[in-house]
Design a binder for this molecule. Structure first.
Ligand SMILES: [Zn+2]
Ligand SMILES: [Zn+2]
Length: 874
């Protein structure tokens, strides 16, 4: 006797226990062959999980990436590949520091009150707790990742990797310290990478200033205090003769000297064609200054305030200074006019504060310098090459172009951050002579002066510096570990398209440099999750915000996973809302209920030979295995899921199970199909399938079962089309029954004339049952006789007749049609008269005439149909 499953599936009752079973069984941990280089050590399948922030809460962005990566991982594991999905958590430098600073601020404490060490231990304590939380939330999604290899971006061995790469780059001359212009967030008190800058439209003002011999326009008059030049286009006739000359410009703090330079970067069409150059506070101006060796004069400091060299404005914020300077310029009569101006304001992506471009001493990575390690190519060239030559494929391919564009325009990467939480820059300065030593630990002795006292650089590294090493630092690099040898390069990097540049591009840059290998073969970019109306979910519209954990609690993880995977495709955003998840919960219930049905019916006797229906089912199953496998291989997860979903719901449940009731059943085939489809479903809905598998009295776990293979023995093309014809017949009869609103319990007669009468006869039992027939006559097409008062259905080489008298009350129907015809004839007559009257046609508004003409046509059409129907009834 088979077990009886619970009446209804309650995800909550099973999921955590099933996950524990998987994890403790070791199913997530792949075997590494003894000799990783041997011929028969098959290529493994590897994904490095994009590490969620250690302080984060599981959100939909995590949920979708975990679902997709778990599908790939489970599929490859079942396929027999040594499969590693390596999980981790990220220390999320700025985000975490901000969070802890906020918590401290509530107690009125700043990080400087605590000092570096105490502050860091506060952060550590905070992270320790939240890290455990996020890890359990990753488990909630059913993620079959190898926790024995879990990494945290601040693990000591990660620091070793970070310091090693830093030293390699420093020794290769790729890392340098320099006064460069950077994006500075005065709020976060830190630099930001170019792609960490967001933009928002702003209604600003354009101020026209009398500027010595020039008139020019600026949006930021306060930066005038840092001007050292005026730039014009070299071919601009108006200014050509002035290029190279110096001028004294009357200003609010007295006269100051500028040089006029000719530079291609100036747009002669903008404003007056002359621009003031403030090298220390504008990226464009900084570049101009470099090209012409101009003086760089910094006037705004890291707090966003005017510096001491700004006379009476010193200490003011930039906006205070702007107000004052405008007043003073007006008084002097050099403020000519003010215009409204639309522009894009750069803001910090973390806190929204407007960015202050300023020069400061920072560490940079030179992306253009050619180095020996890269065969005399630069980081930029190498990163472009590995995508161009196809070593790395980006899915969807339209992002490849965007990648090229971004990489081609990459500027030197500023890697120092003025925060404490993160990898501290491994640079030491000799306390005596200032000599620089690069080392992860305190150097013993200064190479230059022999001094033993050093001070470490105060800054930390950009978070992307360390996460750029993620695919190989997690596998033990720089040690030559077996893991590194076997699992690197990894197979797939799966992440949101919004992070392509932040992270994916930097992994390519750092990995090709440090290891000489690509980090991964395929980049799969998923879309963003949006609300029902396709809009970004936001906290200001809480009703549209979906909390994945709440949904898991309500509908189960499997339903949430399906609702995010089916209907999605690479690079395209997906809509998610509660009803959708609830809908997929119905499917999960369907899996449960139909399995329950199979289990309850297995003990009854049945057939041992394969019927047409059995053969059809096996043949269909074969096709679904082939097609869904090929779709998964092509990264079309939605297509694969839909194929399996439709097969299960329609072919298996609606047809095969219905046919398999009673004596028509073949228990062995029924069981085989159920087991196979559970395997196909497993990567998509791991929990419910594993629970059912356990109830089948298997000694194994479904997670370890081999992925189904199509079997030539199960190809039954002839029976497949035979059964399909029967399905078509039943579906057509059902359609007519619905059309005539025939009561579900009522049985009717069907007469079928067909070329396939023999096979139809052998399947008459399911036809009678599923079409709800009282009587079924099947005759060869050659014996066709006229059927009066019947509804006819025409299929290829098959005609079906359903006597109308059984489906409706003939007299009543005749009357109804008669009355309707009378009414329509009247309407048609009235409309025709109206429309043949030139007085109406010529005088009425055109739209009215058109409307009436259409109405007449429609009524005539209806009338024609009703008359035909009347004929069939008589
Ligand atoms: Zn900020
Ligand atoms: Zn020294």
């Amino acid at each position: 006797m088979q077990k009886e499953l619970d009446k209804a599936y309650e995800a909550k009752k099973y999921e955590d226990a099933i996950y524990k079973k998987w994890e403790s069984s070791g199913a997530f941990t792949p075997e590494v062959p003894n000799d990783t280089k041997s011929e028969d050590s098959k290529k493994p399948f590897v994904i490095s999980m994009p590490p969620p922030n250690a302080t984060g809460q599981l959100h939909l962005g995590h949920a979708i990436m975990l679902a997709l990566q778990d599908i790939m991982t489970r599929y490859h594991r079942m396929k027999g590949d040594a499969t590693l999905w390596l999980p981790g958590t990220d220390h999320a430098a700025i985000a975490t520091q901000n969070k802890v600073e906020k918590l401290l601020a509530e107690k009125g404490i700043s990080r400087h009150d605590l000092g570096r060490e105490k502050f860091l231990s506060e952060v550590k304590a905070f992270v320790k707790e939240s890290r455990a939380t996020i890890k359990n939330q990753v488990r909630k999604m059913g993620s079959s990742c190898d926790w024995t290899r879990e990494k945290y971006t601040l693990d000591p061995e990660m620091s070793v990797a970070v310091n090693t790469v830093f030293k390699m780059m420093y020794d290769d001359g790729l890392i340098y310290r320099g006064d460069r212009i950077v994006n500075w967030c005065p709020r976060c008190a830190s630099t930001l990478a170019d792609d960490e800058v967001d933009y928002k439209d702003e209604n600003a003002k354009l101020y026209w200033i009398k500027y010595g011999p020039f008139e020019l326009a600026t949006t930021r008059p306060e930066t005038k205090l840092g001007d050292t030049a005026v730039a014009v286009h070299p071919k601009d006739k108006r200014y050509k003769s002035m290029i190279g000359k110096k001028y004294m410009i009357p200003g609010v703090l007295g006269d100051f000297e500028i040089t006029v330079v000719g530079d291609e970067a100036v747009d002669p069409e903008f404003g007056s064609g002359a621009i003031k150059v403030t090298p220390a506070h504008s990226f464009v101006d900084f570049e101009i200054a470099k090209r012409h060796n101009l003086i760089v004069k910094k006037v705004i400091n890291e707090e966003g305030r005017m510096m001491e060299n700004c006379g009476k404005y010193a200490g003011m914020t930039t906006s205070e200074c702007r107000k004052e300077i405008l007043k003073d310029m007006d008084k002097m009569g050099i403020l000519l006019k003010v215009e409204d101006y639309q522009h894009k304001l750069s803001i910090c992506y973390r806190c929204g504060t407007s960015i202050e471009p300023l020069t400061s001493k920072q560490w940079f990575i030179d992306v253009n310098k050619k180095v020996k390690r890269l065969n005399n190519k630069s980081l930029k060239e190498t990163s472009l090459e590995v995508v161009k030559d196809g070593s790395i494929e980006i899915i969807p391919s339209r992002f490849t172009k965007i990648y090229y564009h971004w990489m081609e325009n990459l500027r030197d990467w500023c890697i120092s951050r003025q925060i404490w939480w993160g990898h501290r820059i491994p640079v030491w300065y000799c306390a005596k002579c200032g000599e620089i030593e690069v080392s992860g630990t305190h150097p013993d002795k200064c190479k230059k002066c022999g001094n033993t006292k050093f001070k470490q650089d105060e800054d930390t590294l950009d978070t992307w510096f360390s996460s750029g090493l993620w695919t190989f630092s997690t596998l033990g690099w720089p040690e030559k570990t077996k893991d590194l040898e076997f699992f690197h390069p990894t197979s797939v990097m799966e992440t949101g398209y919004d992070i392509l540049f932040f992270w994916v591009a930097r992994m390519i840059l750092m990995t090709t440099y440090a290891t000489g290998e690509i980090p991964f073969e395929t980049v799969y970019l998923h879309g963003l999750v949006r609300d029902k109306n396709g809009e970004k979910m936001s906290k200001s519209k809480p009703e549209t915000c979906i909390d994945p954990l709440e949904m898991i609690d309500k509908y189960g993880t499997d339903a949430l996973r399906l609702s995010m995977v089916i209907g999605g495709s690479a690079g395209n955003d997906i809509r998610l809302y509660e009803e959708k998840i609830a809908g997929y919960r119905n499917f999960i219930n369907k899996i449960w209920n139909s399995s329950r049905f199979v289990l309850m019916n297995l003990d009854e006797p049945g057939s041992k030979t394969l019927s047409i229906a059995d053969k059809w089912m096996l043949s269909r199953l074969n096709k679904v295995i082939k097609e869904s496998t090929s779709q998964i291989e092509k990264f079309n997860f939605s297509e694969a899921g839909t194929l399996i979903y439709d097969f299960f719901w329609s072919d298996f449940c609606d047809w095969y199970l219905e046919i398999s009731k009673g004596e028509l059943k073949n228990p062995e085939t029924l069981m085989f199909v159920l087991e196979t489809v559970l395997k196909l479903l497993h990567p998509f809905t791991p929990f419910v399938t594993e629970v059912i598998w356990g109830e089948l009295d298997k000694k194994t776990l479904l997670i370890n079962e081999p992925w189904p293979k199509a079997d030539k023995k199960h190809e039954f093309a002839k029976e497949e089309s035979e059964m399909q014809r029967v399905i078509d017949v039943i579906s057509e009869i059902r359609k007519i029954r619905a059309e005539y609103k025939v009561d579900a319990g009522k049985k009717i007669t069907a007469i079928i004339y067909t070329k396939f009468h023999k096979e139809f006869e052998s399947l008459s039992a399911p036809i009678i049952k599923l079409a709800r027939l009282e009587k079924l006559e099947i005759k060869p097409l050659t014996e066709k006789a006229k059927q009066e008062n019947s509804k006819s259905i025409f299929l290829p080489y098959t005609e079906i007749y359903l006597p109308l008298s059984e489906m409706l009350d003939l007299e009543k129907e005749k009357n109804r049609i008669k009355k309707e015809i009378e009414k329509l004839e009247k309407d048609v007559a009235i409309l025709s008269t109206k429309l043949s009257n030139p007085g109406f046609v010529n005088n009425a508004p055109k739209a009215v005439v058109e409307k009436e003409t259409i109405l007449l046509q429609e009524n005539e059409e209806k009338l024609k149909k009703l008359k035909e129907e009347e004929k069939t009834l008589s």
